[in-house]
Design a protein around this ligand. Structure first.
Ligand code: SF4
Length: 699
């Protein structure tokens, strides 16, 4: 049955943009999202209290856009989309997917789940893949953002997640090391916490190739060369050990592998660090001393660290540094990946929308786990790991992957080298896309299914601090658009599996049954008014949740022996280096007013009025050499393709480095980016590509 709201005017809910997980009241009228206001009691908004950023406050207008998809579409024989009934569309999808599987095997089909939808919806997409289709190929876009973080933190600490809280720990640290995070623009409310604390005396050290907004507030900003983060991180560890500034008690009591790391970092002398990463020895030294002097340190990072051909190595080095200083398992300290999308922690990780892990990061190869799922689902999930997103596209190219079900993701714009990604999508026999707009990816589809968005949803999101929070609807999906969980359930029914859920609450009951770290999560608790969200691990209904992971005294790292692991890291070089032909280094990222591939924010006038088109930042020295003036259009070209964008001449970037935001289809940066991947996590190296610039002159 479809899930429709009775008239609801106001709902306390969770922001659908970034993973800070701000809470507010959202108003709706006649099915449309109207506006937001702070919650009455700041305790009900643990991450933000009363604050919200411009996206949270005004960004919901996209939900009312006239461009929303309102009916299912099927591509006809002439290649045009035609409106269809739900029955026609769903029957067609079911028979095409099954047809491909009958002919080419179960693994000829893959699913891509969304990090923007709810936990319940993400859980159902991976259940659909594993139970209904029986394919092992399930992944999501977290592959493109923090998969390297997860890989590194799982190896060193046990859980691939932020160790601490936003308010009480990040907001209260004595010092910060922030790298590869444009915090003020990507996680504005979190940045506000940090800035307040820095004003009150905390030390802020920022290492980044760009002098981003947060660097303006730093005690030390050090410009790094893109692609060489392992060098300066290992250099810091070397300095700390050499000057006896490491936490020997903690290391001996709670870790193993220190000697290997100690040996590894020997090569990263200050001179070597300067040669590789461009960090002057005096700056390396002052950063090391600031961090060593502080009682509690938070280490924060985002895509600048993760989106690298050695992203996992970067984060192993970051974790080694935190362990060297004993800065985990206590208030005001910890390793803090700033996760991107609203529900990337939950829907992109915890819910098992990953090729090698079931909900709660359980191992599909473990027979006991497999049996547990088989008892509830009636089918054992495939034991071996499936394809990661980039592998799905290359297998599609090869003709081995024939069908895809993509929910709320936009790989046609978000993948590196999008020409290649587009060809891969076109070479599929059948593509079904479930989304709220006609995205660049939906343009390639055979069937498009109109879905709902966060102001229209009931469910839960899990924010970057592992806090599961309720999401409530105050608006209705337009036209015939449906809730995502309803669509997936309808598809399952057509393929012979009657799930029979009447409400997302029932899905959460199944999640908590099967997922130990969510064992005590229930709508009853989330709605009781006392809990203010639950941070996992939350083992059972009496467990209060876990504010910060691990314990400085006891260790309690997520391994049988409770010890953290030092893992030596090495970086090597990026996949592409500047040369005579392409002498400049391109990096990419976000701006405050936009969101990911811009599908949502490019439809909001108020946001477009701030930044309405793509651009390229060029350092004044580079610009002078190239003969480029501010505000002139230039052609930026790589080995993959070229784009025309407006030049912004600024010393935010260093000489020889360019920056282009990732939010635009016209002037899409991913026409230029390269397909080198981190071997462990499969994350693409978006942050380093070699390019050249051709001035196009005034007008
Ligand atoms: Fe939403 Fe993030 Fe802004 Fe908070 S900081 S209002 S969660 S976009």
């Amino acid at each position: 049955s479809d899930y429709r709201l009775s008239k609801v005017d106001k709902a306390e809910t969770t922001c659908g943009f970034c993973a800070v997980g701000c809470r507010f009241e959202m108003w709706g009228k006649d099915g449309n999202a109207l506006g937001v206001q702070p919650v009455d009691d700041p305790d009900d908004a643990p991450a933000n209290n009363f604050s919200t950023c411009v996206k949270g406050k005004f960004g919901h207008e996209f939900a009312n856009s006239k461009k929303r998809l309102t009916k299912p579409l099927i591509r006809n024989e002439d290649g045009e989309f035609e409106a269809a009934s739900w029955d026609e569309a769903l029957d067609h999808v079911a028979s095409e997917l099954r047809g491909i599987q009958d002919e080419h095997g179960v693994d000829a089909v893959s699913c891509l789940a969304s990090s923007k939808g709810s936990n319940e919806e993400a859980y159902l997409v991976q259940k659909f893949a594993r139970q209904v289709l029986g394919t092992k190929n399930i992944d999501n876009c977290a592959r493109l953002c923090h998969s390297s973080t997860v890989a590194a933190l799982q190896q060193t600490l046990g859980y691939g997640a932020m160790t601490n809280r936003i308010n009480e720990d990040i907001g209260e640290a004595d010092a910060y090391l922030i790298s590869g995070s444009n915090t003020t623009e990507s996680h504005p409310v979190l940045a506000t916490r940090i800035k307040q604390n820095v004003r009150d005396g905390a030390d802020l050290v920022v290492f980044d190739p760009r002098k981003i907004g947060i660097a303006e507030h730093a005690d030390q900003y050090t410009r790094t060369r893109p692609g060489y983060d392992v060098a300066w991180l290992n250099g810091l560890i070397r300095y700390l050990i050499e000057h006896d500034l490491h936490d020997e008690t903690f290391i001996e009591r709670n870790t193993k592998g220190f000697e290997e790391v100690k040996r590894k970092v020997q090569a990263f002398t200050p001179e070597k660090v300067e040669e590789l990463a461009g960090v002057p020895p005096a700056e390396l030294q002052s950063a090391a001393e600031t961090l060593a002097d502080a009682e509690n340190v938070v280490f924060g990072w985002a895509m600048g660290m993760t989106q690298s051909s050695h992203g996992t190595e970067n984060l192993l080095a970051m974790a080694d540094l935190a362990l060297t200083l004993g800065q985990v398992g206590k208030p005001g300290a910890g390793l803090s990946p700033f996760r991107g999308q609203n529900n990337v922690q939950g829907g992109g990780g915890d819910m098992g929308t990953l090729p090698g892990s079931l909900p709660g990061y359980q191992d599909p190869a473990d027979d006991e786990v497999g049996e547990k799922f088989a008892e509830v689902w009636g089918e054992r999930p495939p034991a071996e790991p499936g394809l990661k997103v980039p592998e799905m596209l290359s297998e599609a190219h090869e003709g081995n992957l024939r069908g895809m079900y993509i929910v709320g993701e936009n790989p046609a714009l978000s993948e590196p080298d999008i020409q290649h990604a587009g060809e891969a999508l076109d070479s599929l026999d059948f593509l079904v896309v479930q989304d709220i707009f006609m995205t660049e990816t939906a343009e390639h589809a055979d069937v498009v299914l109109p879905a709902a968005t966060s102001p229209e949803k009931h469910g839960t999101f899990t924010n970057t601090e592992r806090r599961v929070q309720r999401v409530r609807a105050s608006a209705e999906p337009p036209g015939k658009a449906r809730q995502d969980w309803v669509i997936t359930q309808e598809l399952a029914a057509r393929l012979g599996y009657d799930w029979g859920y009447d409400h997302p609450r029932e899905v959460m009951d199944e999640i908590s049954d099967l997922t130990p770290i969510y064992g005590g999560v229930s709508y009853e608790r989330l709605e009781s008014g006392d809990e203010h969200g639950l941070q996992w691990p939350c083992w059972d209904e009496d467990h209060p949740g876990t504010p910060y992971l691990y314990d400085y005294e006891e260790g309690a790292f997520n391994f049988d022996d409770g010890l953290a692991r030092f893992v030596p890291a090495d970086g090597g070089h990026p996949g592409e280096l500047p040369d005579e032909e392409y002498p400049l280094t391109l990096t990419s990222g976000r701006v405050l007013y936009h969101w990911h591939t811009g599908q949502i924010t490019r439809r909001v006038e108020g946001l477009m009025s701030h930044v309405g088109e793509s651009f390229v930042e060029i350092n004044p020295t580079t610009a002078a050499e190239l003969g480029v003036a501010d505000d002139e259009y230039v052609k930026v070209e790589s080995r993959r393709g070229d784009i025309v964008v407006k030049a912004v001449v600024t010393d935010r970037v260093g000489d020889g480095t360019l920056f282009i935001p990732m939010h635009f289809a016209a002037g899409a940066v991913n026409k230029l980016t390269q397909e080198t991947f981190d071997p462990q996590a499969g994350i693409p190296e978006y942050k380093v590509s070699s390019v050249r610039v051709e001035p196009l002159g005034p007008d």
